[in-house]
Write a protein that binds this ligand. Structure first.
Ligand SMILES: [Zn+2]
Length: 74
């Protein structure tokens, strides 16, 4: 499930929301309780930080084709 980042136009704080594509922005700011101030922002760094673990694990477990016998012929 994708994570969207919304910034409050009132207090300028960001909120991460796990939502589907069809879902809209949150009505209420979690920080200042202002209504209809949430604006979706693009934050690619947030995805990189949270996704740092899974691809490292998948990288080592996949493709075990090389190194069966110790190198006779290709
Ligand atoms: Zn706010």
């Amino acid at each position: 499930m994708p994570i969207y980042v919304y910034e409050c136009q009132n207090c300028k704080k960001t909120t991460q929301v796990r939502a589907k594509m069809s879902d809209s922005a949150p009505k209420l700011c979690n920080h200042c309780q202002a209504q209809d101030t949430m604006q979706k922002v693009i934050a690619p760094t947030a995805f990189q930080l949270q996704g740092g673990g899974w691809f490292a694990q998948g990288y080592s477990s996949s493709s075990g084709a090389s190194g069966g016998s110790s190198g006779s012929s290709e």
